[in-house]
Structure formats: structure tokens, C-alpha cells
Design a protein around this ligand. Structure first.
Ligand code: PHB
Ligand code: FE
Length: 323
């Protein structure tokens, strides 16, 4: 077994191994060591990236925790890397990559998340809605780290599908969406079609999200996934795409920093206001900043053939040309 939880350190935290990577934390930082180098990341930032990498099962393509450490999803196996997409490391052959079984890496990451998250810290919450991640080990926050990700089979609210949200099932309207109307559409289905015809107030549904930067699948038609999310402060990962992603800004504003996926060279800044639509190319990395809690619809194409088609340049990285 390449992954083992070993000793408890002076700060009360367990140390973890994954391949040749060694992970430990102190009061302020997550420390990552490998045979030819070492790195540290502020632990609040690390746990916020870690919980998303675990909950999203390594997501699409690259999840950069910062400009050094992260994962590449190969949908079965995963590359856990240091410096792989950082020219400073690459040019001097100082990067390190471990290719591991996705299940093994994910269970080690989940155990690390469980042990390193203190009582009161919620890595999915906005900074204003969580306590501190710092200090020696004190308690745990199982409720916050074991939320199951919303994944609709067809559409939220349909029979035998992920439920809509209300006060009674534990999803009150968020403090920043107090002005969002909560009325629901009337649906009059023909007899026999009551479980097929469906509509709900999408804004009301999102106003009751208790997490940030966590796209959930609310409607699915084959590979077409509608993944809305509520955003506040900064996306805790820098996502390297392996396919095009469409963004629809449903409310307020997000600014995106967009760079070359492999080198990190800055390419563009997109300021998206309510109603704006953009297609994020398949060869970029991006990080979003939302000054106020906002609603974003991420439209994903889950076709497993896509990464290879883009890698072989059989599809161009941008889906639209405006010329
Ligand atoms: C993305 O990387 O495309 C992404 C991730 C999380 C979000 C929104 C967008 O909440
Ligand atoms: Fe992305």
C-alpha cells in the first residue's frame, strides 16, 4: 500500500504519505515534501482546495492548489504533482509527479481533510461564514466535510431525484440573497405526465445554497450537465481545463484571471456581469473572484472522449470565433 497514515505530530495532526509525497501540517501551513523538494501552502487555502478535489473526484483536467501543487485527472488514475505546470520547476527538472489510483489518492486526501479540519472551520463556506482553520488540533467538523455533492440524475426536484431546498430541509435563504423572490412556477401536467413535466425557481434554489465555489449537477441530458454554483470571494483552486466550459453569469459579478494552462502565462481577464456568457477555452487555467455572493451557471460537457480530442488537436480549444 502506497498510502499510510503514520504518526501524530506535536501539533496533534496526523502525517500522511501518498507515493513519495509526505504531507504534514502545523498551526498555519500544510507542508508537502517529495524526494527532491518541499513546499508549503497556508492551511486554510490548502483545505479549501483539498475538499473540492475530493468532492469533485479530481474534477475535469487539472486542479492547481496554487502555482506548484495539484492533481491531473486521468479518470481512473490521477497524477499528483509538484511543479508540473510551473516553468521554474520544469526548466530545471525539479518537478515531481506520482501517478496513482484515483481511489487511493482520494481516500488519503479525504482522511487528511478529516484529520486537519478543526472544529468551526468549514472549507466550503465563504470567509464571512466560517471560523478559523489555524492553531493546534482542536476537534473536528464532520458535518461540514461530509456533505454529499448534489448530482441530479435528470433534474432537481423530480421524483426520486435530488430534492429542492427549503427551510424545513435545512437550506435557509443565504444572507446575501435575501432579496431573491421565492415564488415557484405552477406546473399543470396532463394526467400520466406528472413525473415528467417539471419546473422550479432556479434563483430561489440557488439562493439557498450553503456552499461556495462548488458546482452541482442540477439537470443532466446525456453528457450535457447544468452545474450552477454560488460564488463568494475567490475560487480556492486554479482550474486547468481539459475541455471547453461555458459560463453564464446569473447575478452580480465575477472577475476571471485566465492564463495558459501549461505555463501560467497570463492570457486574459474577463469581467462577467449578470447576463454575460463566455466560453472558457480547453487550453487555459482560470481562477474566479466574486466580490459579492453571486450565481454562476457552469455548463459542462462530460463526454469522456473530449480530453483526447483536444490533446490531439482534433478539436480547436475555442468553440467560437468572432471574426
Ligand atoms: C471552474 O474551474 O470552471 C469552476 C470551478 C468551480 C466553480 C466555478 C467554476 O464554482
Ligand atoms: Fe474551469
Amino acid at each position: 500500500m502506497a498510502s499510510t497514515a503514520t504518526n501524530v505530530n506535536d501539533f496533534g495532526y496526523r502525517t500522511f504519505q501518498l507515493g513519495k509525497f509526505n504531507f504534514w501540517r502545523d498551526e498555519y501551513f500544510a507542508h508537502i515534501e517529495w524526494p527532491t523538494g518541499a513546499h508549503l501552502i497556508p492551511v486554510d487555502k490548502f483545505l479549501k482546495a483539498l475538499i473540492r478535489d475530493v468532492a469533485w473526484n479530481f474534477f475535469y483536467g487539472v486542479v492547481n492548489f496554487d502555482d506548484v501543487f495539484g492533481t491531473v485527472n486521468h479518470y481512473g488514475t490521477v497524477d499528483v504533482f509538484a511543479g508540473l505546470f510551473n516553468p521554474g520547476y520544469r526548466d530545471h527538472d525539479r518537478h515531481h509527479v506520482e501517478t496513482l489510483s484515483g481511489d487511493e489518492a482520494r481516500s488519503t486526501f479525504a482522511a487528511m481533510l478529516g484529520d486537519w479540519t478543526n472544529e468551526g472551520f468549514d472549507p466550503f463556506a465563504a470567509p464571512e461564514e466560517t471560523g478559523s482553520a489555524f492553531g493546534p488540533k482542536h476537534g473536528s467538523n464532520t458535518r461540514a466535510i461530509s456533505r454529499t455533492r448534489v448530482v441530479a440524475k435528470r433534474m432537481a426536484g423530480l421524483k426520486e431525484d435530488t430534492p429542492l431546498r427549503n427551510d424545513a430541509n435545512g437550506y435557509p435563504v443565504n444572507r446575501q440573497f435575501a432579496d431573491v423572490p421565492q415564488d415557484e412556477p405552477e406546473v399543470h401536467a396532463e394526467p400520466g405526465f406528472e413525473d415528467e413535466v417539471h419546473a422550479f425557481n432556479f434563483f430561489a434554489y440557488l439562493s439557498r445554497s450553503d456552499v461556495t465555489w462548488n458546482p452541482s449537477v442540477c439537470a443532466a441530458v446525456k453528457d450535457s450537465l447544468l452545474c450552477p454554483t454560488t460564488e463568494e470571494f475567490a475560487l480556492p483552486v486554479i482550474h486547468g481545463n481539459d475541455r471547453v466550459e461555458w459560463f453564464l453569469q446569473l447575478s452580480d459579478e465575477i472577475q476571471w484571471e485566465i492564463s495558459d494552462r501549461d505555463t501560467g502565462v497570463v492570457r486574459a481577464r474577463a469581467v462577467m456581469k449578470a447576463g454575460d456568457v463566455c466560453a472558457m477555452p480547453a487550453d487555459i487555467r482560470h481562477q474566479g473572484f466574486s466580490p459579492k455572493r453571486s450565481m454562476l451557471l457552469v455548463w459542462e460537457n462530460a463526454d469522456p472522449a473530449l480530453p483526447e480530442l483536444y490533446a490531439q488537436k482534433k478539436l480547436k480549444p475555442n468553440p467560437v470565433d468572432f471574426d
